[in-house]
Design a protein around this ligand. Sequence first.
Ligand SMILES: [Zn+2]
Length: 370
Amino acid sequence: MTRSRAIPALALASALLLAGGPSGLGVPDGPGGLANAAPPVSVVSRGPRTAGRVALTFDDGASPANCRRILATLVARGVPATFFPVADAMRADPAFWRMVVAVGDPIGDHTLTHPQMPTLSAAAQFLQIDGARRLAEAISGAPLLRVFRPPYGAYDATTLRQALRAGFATVLLWDTSDRDTSLHGTVAEMLAAAERATAGSVILMHCGPNATPFVLGPLLDHLAGAGLRPVTVPQLLGISWTGRPAASPPTPAQILDGLSPLPPAPSGGVVIGPAGIGTMTFPPAPPASEAAPSATAEPSPGQPTTAPASASPPASPPAAGSPAPTASPTSPAQDQSAASGPGAALALALLSALLAAAILALGLSRARRR
Ligand SMILES: [Zn+2]
């Protein structure tokens, strides 16, 4: 964050907090509202086992280039998927996220900055969820799917309450992961892990690691051969979703926009980003090489379950350990960037900066109370 952005952001964040919450940001509130009686929150890691359907999900969005490669492959194969980007990472390639909307694929909520939610106060957890929705909707130009996926699969009872307060009645984990954020995995191992998917599986992958575009094509072949049809998360779970493809959705070539269909090296655990997942930020960076080894791991949340979590605090999945900062501070976030015009870019930067500042202010006030 630059100083020129930080100062007005802090002032705005203070005004925001004094005004009583993030509802003054000028983006419509979620359908759940802030004070409605709470229906149960569903914590789900898979869909019904009875139909031959699976849901491909792509988290984080740390590499705009690999996000484009993944979407181009999906579109070329006519396969839908659901994306859970870190909202702050979406700023690196707004045009891509509008393409996701134009394709008709849902985008869910994966927080603003990818924290370990149970370590945060209730107010900070709310801001991570609600702020992410506001920023993601501003960038993508469309309503977010009201499904929240907590980073690392880590949540507590407070997370569920704040998700509901932010309008998210479904918290989605997964039952299958290709482990593409593994530091030491090979593409073959990642493919084998993903191929454990069965009917109803929610498959966790990432649009960041260089390995994932190499895993995706063979995985789609496997699923087709196994009679497993990829559908979106709302289709798998029976959740309302009004998104639909644009009249002229982007073609694979338009999505790739000159990119090669596969990244330079099929290395596992490679997440492109200047600051890693744990503190993911994407300051404007000139186009440059993508090769940027870093370290981040998003573990499996454990056994597949479908658990209503309204009355009693749910068991949290195994914690992930602390997010691993990247070792590549000089690498750019993207090998292309798509600006949406200086005015929109400034507005988005300001929105995300003030949300980050609000989180910081909440943390400070919480610390002072101790
Ligand atoms: Zn994540």
